[in-house]
Write a protein that binds this ligand. Sequence first.
Ligand code: FAD
Length: 44
Amino acid sequence: MAKERLVVIGGDAAGMSAASQVRRRKPDMEILAFELGRHTSYAA
Ligand SMILES: Cc1cc2nc3c(=O)[nH]c(=O)nc-3n(C[C@H](O)[C@H](O)[C@H](O)COP(=O)(O)OP(=O)(O)OC[C@H]3O[C@@H](n4cnc5c(N)ncnc54)[C@H](O)[C@@H]3O)c2cc1C
C-alpha cells in the first residue's frame, strides 16, 4: 500500500500546527510543507 502523505501549503500558524498534530498522531506519515516566504512558524 502507498505511504500516506500530508502536503501542507503555507508554513505559518495553521500549516505548522496541522503538521505538528499529524506528526504526533501518525508518526510514520510523510509530511511535505511548502512556504512561499523565507521563514516558517517556529512556535508551532
Ligand atoms: C496586523 C496583524 C496583527 C496580528 N497580531 C496578532 C497577535 O498579536 N497575536 C496573534 O495571536 N495573532 C495576531 N494576528 C493574527 C495572526 O497573524 C493570524 O491569525 C495567523 O498568522 C494566521 O495564520 P495562518 O497560518 O492561518 O495564515 P497566514 O499567517 O496567512 O499564513 C499563510 C502562509 O502561507 C504562505 N503561502 C501563501 N501562499 C502560498 C503558496 N502558494 N505556496 C506556499 N506558501 C504560501 C504564506 O507565505 C504564509 O506564510 C495578527 C494579524 C495581523 C494581520
